[in-house]
Structure formats: structure tokens, C-alpha cells
Design a protein around this ligand. Structure first.
Ligand code: BGC
Length: 741
């Protein structure tokens, strides 16, 4: 199969960027839809009215942007090399091609591509979420969006907001944690940043794609109201915050239907209930039909030939001819796509390949890594390391070479290439990538007077010997995770034994974790200090060193709970089996909205480290917690004071709990704020609580209901470290499924 044989109009291949720019730049009297003064709905209406059936169909059928030899598929020469997606434009109407790229940490290159596009990588999604700073997420999004734009992409497939419901999910690193408010706010801010570049961002994977095992076939069952209060709420908040141009429906099935054929998800929830008006694209290979998918609300098939059929290609034309699908629906699909291109500025500000300011962008990614790294433990104030430390042992984790990244479609290739190129797997979801930002070299640069020695950690005795002869030992442990595979939380390659051996040799041992999400720490009582650095991005080595040496005061807080062991999981296995041991391909989220810390609280379980936890080199105290009603809204006020000796950033977290009646869990995160304070400074903070976080959703009448009664508000440093509380009586209130802003 070649691109030509699939079905492409000759004009598409003849399309040239120059011609396009000329066509779109000047106001064109014959083509009023190109007039930026008109509103996007009108422009789309005018443009679509000019289209032939084939032109409309061309817009709803997207190709993979990279050759796929295993499918005998050669992509269009007009696609951006090594990219995720391509849709031919309609030159005569001034509609540009759609060029799409992954994803949430920067401009990715598909693994199979010969030439790798070298770009800046942000820290992982969880690391960005761990900053608890939507402004930083916005800046990060603006930066990767600028790189996408300058790489010639007008669609970025970024905006992963699946809840971390399953700690073993190999894609958790792409997401923003276990709490719908935090995840929705952070991803929404990032999408807004991306789209500030006049390109489209894609919130994904809609919905309940919370594990990778059997991701193409698994059917998710969950109470609908509970889904609205958990996974769907994260999407709803992200979408309200950013109004993204597109939504990507996911691989899995939900309530029996493929997510990309779920009229409930795509038409009822997204459009009718939430009022969202972008276009829905399928995940790559997640379209399974023509009429059913189109009638359920799918607007664009993506990534052909990942699907076994050109459902929105020739088959859509056939379906129109047979009357199975109505022309009006195709017109609506095309209109939604074109409207989005107009609304987001894709047509008025055509993308152009241009140089990238990697130096400036390195500051953005480094700031994210510095503010997202979570200091989990720091007994005796071992960190920051004193500048006078004479001998520092650095052990393991390829810390001499670089920092780890997560695998799969979101992988960004760094400037300078893979620092550890020979690890397996080298193919999907590999390669295992280390960004060439060496923590060892960064530590050496910050401690020029110290003897900083490295041991690769493979021989535990040698590592212990080096540690014993040093003033402090810093052990790097890593766990690579990637798309399409889930993982145990036990560190691989005997690294637990390595930590124990080093800690036994030197009690002043610091562990730095580079991992997709939670890992077990059987050695936790043996080490005084632990820093969770996630996958810290292309400036991660410098960021880690800056925290270890005290150049930066850590301020990351956990966006997930870290379990002690697998007895604390909501589900034992990832593959549900029947009595005969056969896979059922069903997963029952019986825990409903009781996700993450809510699960721990509801079950009375004590995690290893609680959601929201994160230490600083200074200390913060809270005072004057007050709650009041402003109209119908709950407003919480308090003061934060830096009582330590250095400046730092606190993440103040407000949790809420009903005094009577039961929620899915004893408490919910109601509001949060990151505040920066000089030593001795105090800052007043006032936060408004989203009414949905005080309510229970009723599916039958699509209403959020706040029960009248007394509610407790708790202010703390984490979900398990609550410092102050107050109470307030709330009147009965109902809030529509789509609350007014
Ligand atoms: C992933 C998506 C990604 C797409 C395109 C799929 O495998 O699930 O997140 O955007 O590929 O690369």
C-alpha cells in the first residue's frame, strides 16, 4: 500500500506551502471565510458550503505522518517527516493541511522515523503536575507549543489528563495525577499555553483509559455518576480551563462501546453536557466503524493505516452513497474541524518552519524539573549538601551520562542524542532514552572543591566501598516505563539491594528516584533523604544538582499517593480472569471515584508518602483559616508564613469533608495555591471552591447536589498533614452539569 493508493486527490500532493501562504495572507473578496473579522462559526459555514463531498471527506480522514512498512504504507511527502499525523489541506479554499505531532513534553518524533527531530523535552506530565503551579504549566505549554509551531505543526496531541487510578499504568508519567481538580487545572493550563501559539491542542485519552494492559480491547465498567466525579471531572475541568480545539477518544471500550463509538461520551457528555465545540479525533487505531462512529460523535479518524480499514476514507463515501450515513453529518464533521482551525488561529497564522531558541527553552524545562521534584524525606536536614562536603559518591542510574525519559509516542529526542544508546528495548515502546544532562557533571560543577566520584552501581560491593570512603552518597535509581506496557512498582535490576548496600556502608545516603510514577521503597527506613525527580526532562541533571546543592529550594508536592506495597492497590491484577482463568477483558472500577488518596482515606490505609506531600528547605506555617459564603460560593481565607531561614514556595492545600452524610471518601481536595515567600514573610490567600467539589453528581437529572449541612475545611501541607480546620454550614444547592463560570 502506498499513500497514493489509499486515496488522495492530486491537488493535495501538488499543494505547496508558498502557494498556501499567498492564498491565505491577503484578504480575499471571493473567499469571505478568510476574513479574520468574521466569527469562526460563520467562517466555517461559508467555507464548508463551498466544499465538495470529497473535500469534506478528505478533512475527516487523517493519515499517519510516518511510513509504516509493516502495513506497507508510505506517507505523503507533504507530511512532516517522522510525525504522528497528516491531513491534506484544500488549497483552493485556503484550508491548510493539518500536521500533528505528539505530545505533552514536547515535539516528539515517531520511533520508526529515520531522522529524529531534536527538541526540548519538559519533565514528565506528573512532574509538571507536582509543581502545583498552573502558571508554570502554562509557560511550559507555551514553550513546547512554540517548538511545535516552529517545527511546522499546527496540532499538538498534548493534554493527557487520564487520572492516575492504576499505579501500575505504564503511561502515568504522561498524566497529571490522581485528583480531578489538580489534574484538570494543570493540564488545562498547559493546553492554554500550547494554543497561545495559534495551534490546536488535543486533550486525551477520552475516557477511562487508565491502564495499558489490553488497552485496545478492555471494557471499563464504572458507575456513571462516580465517573463524572473522577475521571470525567478531570476532563471537564481541563476543557473548561482551556477550551481545547480537539479531544482524542481512547482505545478502550467503556460501558460496552468503543470509546470512539460511545454516543454517551462523545455526544452527550462532551457536547450536550459540557457544551464543548471542537472536533473529536480518534486515537491511532481506535476507529472501528464508519456510520456508528460518525453517528456517535467521532469527527475524524486518525493515523490511518493504524486502523484495519479506511473507515472515514473510501468507506465513508460508500456509506454516504448507500444512505447509511447522512451528508449532513459529514458536513457537520467538516464544519467542526474547519471551525476549530479558524477559531484557534491556525488559518490566520499559518505555521512556518523556523529556528528554535533552545537556550531560552532550557530555562523553561529546568524550572519545571526544579519545581516539580519532590523532596520526600530529609532527616536531620542532610539536604542541601553543604558546599564544604569534601567527598561525594554518586552511584548508579547512569547519572554520569544523563536522566531517564518515558517511552512511547510521547518521546522527545533531545538535542545531542541519546546519552545511553544501547539499552533494550530499542524499538517500541523504546528506545530507552537518557537525555544528555548528567547529574554527576552538574554536581561537579556546583561543588568544584569536592571530590565527586562515580560508581555505576552494578557491583554492589564496589558501590558500597566508594560510599564508605565518602562523606555522602547519592544513589540514583531508575525505572523506565512506557506506553502500551504496565509495570510492577518494584525497581528493576536489583536496585533495592544496591540502595541497601550503599546505605549500610554510609548512613548519609541520599536516594534520587527517576521513575514514571510511584515505586516501592523497601529501604526507606535505612536512608535519611529521598528526592523524587520523576522523568525530569532535557535539563533534568542540572535541576537535580541544583536541588541537592541548595541552589534551588524544592517545592514539588506529590500529585499521586505513593503506596507501601501492592496490598494497598484497589485491584490485585491488571488482567481480570474468569473462574477458568480466561481473560474477561472487563475491568470493574468498583472503587468508583474513590481514587488515590480517597482510596487510602476510605480504607484507613497509610501510604508510604501521602498525596500532596513535599518538603522544603524552609518551613511554612498557616494561620487564620476562615470560611465564608460569597453569594452561593464557598470562599476560604488564610495566611501562609515562611518561618524558616530561606526563601521558598509552599503548596497550601484545602481539603473538605461533610460532617454528615457520605461521599466517596472522607475528604476531597477543594482548592490549592502555590505561594512564594521570603523568610519571615506572610501572605494572605483567598480561594474559591468549585461547587462540584462539595457536591455529589446525580446521573438521572445531570445535577450536582450540595447537601445542606456542616462541612469541615482543613488546611494542610499534604492530604495527611492537616494543620488547621474550620467549619461552615452550607445551604442546599443544585448546580447544573455545566456550572456557570
Ligand atoms: C497514543 C496517542 C498518540 C498517538 C499518535 C497513540 O499510540 O495513544 O497518545 O497521540 O499514538 O502518536
Amino acid at each position: 500500500m502506498t499513500f497514493h493508493r489509499i486515496r488522495v486527490a492530486p491537488w493535495a500532493l501538488a499543494f505547496s506551502m508558498l502557494a498556501f501562504a499567498a492564498l491565505t495572507s491577503a484578504a480575499n473578496e471571493d473567499r469571505p471565510w478568510l476574513n479574520p473579522g468574521l466569527d469562526p462559526d460563520r467562517r466555517a459555514e461559508l467555507a464548508v458550503a463551498q466544499m465538495t463531498r470529497e473535500e469534506k471527506q478528505g478533512l475527516v480522514f487523517a493519515y499517519f505522518g510516518t511510513d509504516a512498512p509493516w502495513k506497507k504504507f508510505t506517507t505523503s511527502p507533504e507530511a512532516r517527516a517522522g510525525s504522528a499525523g497528516y491531513v491534506p489541506g484544500i488549497a483552493r479554499l485556503g484550508i491548510p493541511p493539518q500536521w500533528s505531532t505528539d505530545a505533552g513534553i514536547g515535539v516528539a518524533t515517531q520511533g520508526g522515523a529515520k531522522e529524529k527531530r531534536e527538541r526540548t523535552a519538559l519533565p514528565s506530565g506528573l512532574a509538571t503536575a507536582a509543581t502545583w503551579d498552573p502558571e508554570l504549566a502554562h509557560r511550559a505549554g507555551a514553550m513546547i507549543g512554540a517548538e511545535a509551531r516552529n517545527s511546522g505543526f499546527n496540532i499538538m496531541l498534548a493534554g493527557g489528563v487520564n487520572l492516575v487510578r492504576e499505579p501500575r499504568n505504564g503511561r502515568n508519567f504522561e498524566y497529571a495525577g490522581e485528583d480531578p481538580l489538580l489534574a484538570g487545572m494543570m493540564v488545562g493550563a498547559q493546553i492554554k499555553g500550547i494554543e497561545s501559539n495559534h495551534i490546536i491542542s488535543t486533550v486525551k485519552h477520552f475516557a477511562l483509559n487508565d491502564q495499558e494492559t489490553d488497552r485496545n480491547t478492555l471494557n471499563v465498567n464504572i458507575d456513571r455518576a462516580q465517573a463524572r466525579m473522577s475521571d470525567l471531572l478531570a476532563f471537564q475541568i481541563a476543557i473548561e480551563q482551556s477550551n481545547p480545539g480537539s479531544v482524542m477518544c481512547s482505545y478502550n471500550r467503556v460501558w460496552g462501546d468503543h470509546a470512539c463509538e460511545s454516543a454517551y461520551l462523545l455526544s452527550e457528555v462532551l457536547r450536550r453536557d459540557w457544551g464543548w465545540n471542537g472536533f473529536v479525533m480518534s486515537d491511532w487505531g481506535a476507529t472501528h466503524s464508519t456510520a456508528k462512529a460518525a453517528m456517535s460523535g467521532l469527527d475524524q479518524q486518525s493515523g490511518y493505516p493504524f486502523d484495519d480499514q479506511p473507515y472515514f476514507g473510501e468507506l465513508l463515501l460508500k456509506s454516504l452513497s448507500s444512505g447509511e450515513l447522512k451528508e449532513e453529518r459529514l458536513t457537520e464533521m467538516a464544519r467542526r474541524i474547519v471551525r476549530t482551525l479558524f477559531a484557534k488561529g491556525v488559518i490566520d497564522y499559518p505555521v512556518k518552519i523556523a529556528p528554535i531558541d533552545f537556550k531560552a527553552h532550557a530555562h523553561v524545562t529546568r524550572a519545571g524539573a526544579e519545581q516539580g521534584a519532590v523532596l520526600l524525606k530529609n532527616d536531620g536536614g542532610l539536604l542541601p549538601l553543604s558546599k564544604r562536603t569534601a567527598r561525594i559518591a554518586v552511584v548508579g542510574g547512569y547519572a554520569d551520562k544523563g536522566v531517564l525519559a518515558g517511552g512511547g509516542s510521547s518521546l522527545v529526542y533531545p538535542v545531542g542524542g541519546n546519552a545511553v544508546p544501547d539499552l533494550e528495548p530499542k524499538v517500541w515502546p523504546g528506545p530507552i532514552m537518557y537525555y544528555p544532562s548528567s547529574p554527576l557533571r552538574a554536581i561537579q560543577a556546583l561543588a568544584p572543591g569536592a571530590k565527586v566520584s562515580f560508581d555505576n552501581g552494578r557491583n554492589h560491593d564496589a558501590a558500597a566501598k566508594l560510599a564508605a570512603g565518602s562523606d555522602v552518597a547519592v544513589v540514583f535509581v531508575t525505572q523506565w516505563t512506557g506506553e502500551s506496557v504496565d509495570k510492577s512498582l518494584t525497581l528493576p535490576d536489583d536496585q533495592d539491594a544496591l540502595v541497601s548496600a550503599v546505605a549500610a556502608a554510609n548512613p548519609r545516603t541520599v536516594v534520587v528516584i527517576e521513575a514514571g510514577g510511584a515505586v516501592f521503597m523497601p529501604w526507606i527506613d535505612k536512608v535519611p533523604a529521598v528526592l523524587h525527580a520523576w522523568y525530569p526532562g532535557t535539563a533534568g541533571g542540572e535541576a537535580i544538582a541544583n536541588i541537592l546543592l541548595g541552589v534551588v529550594n524544592p517545592s514539588g508536592h506529590l500529585p499521586i499517593s505513593l503506596p507501601k506495597d501492592d496490598s494497598q492497590f484497589a485491584r490485585a491484577g491488571l488482567e481480570d480472569k474468569d473462574a477458568q482463568g480466561k481473560k474477561t477483558l472487563e475491568v470493574n472500577y468498583a472503587e468508583g471515584a474513590t481514587v488515590g488518596y480517597k482510596w487510602f482515606d476510605a480504607r484507613g490505609l497509610k501510604p508510604l508518602f501521602a498525596f500532596g506531600h513535599g518538603l522544603s528547605y524552609t518551613r511554612f506555617t498557616y494561620s487564620n483559616l476562615q470560611a465564608r459564603l460569597d453569594g452561593q460560593d464557598l470562599v476560604v481565607k488564610f495566611q501562609v508564613r515562611n518561618t524558616g531561614r530561606r526563601d521558598g514556595k509552599d503548596v497550601a492545600q484545602v481539603y473538605v469533608s461533610p460532617m454528615a452524610g457520605a461521599w466517596e471518601a472522607p475528604k476531597r481536595l477543594a482548592a490549592f495555591k502555590k505561594v512564594e515567600l521570603q523568610p519571615g514573610a506572610t501572605e494572605p490567600v483567598e480561594l474559591r471552591v468549585d461547587p462540584r467539589l462539595l457536591a455529589v453528581f446525580t446521573e438521572s437529572d445531570k445535577t450536582w447536589r450540595i447537601a445542606p449541612g456542616s462541612y469541615k475545611l482543613m488546611l494542610g501541607h499534604s492530604s495527611a498533614d492537616l494543620q488547621l480546620e474550620t467549619a461552615i454550614d452550607l445551604p442546599e444547592r443544585t448546580v447544573p452539569v455545566r456550572p456557570k463560570p
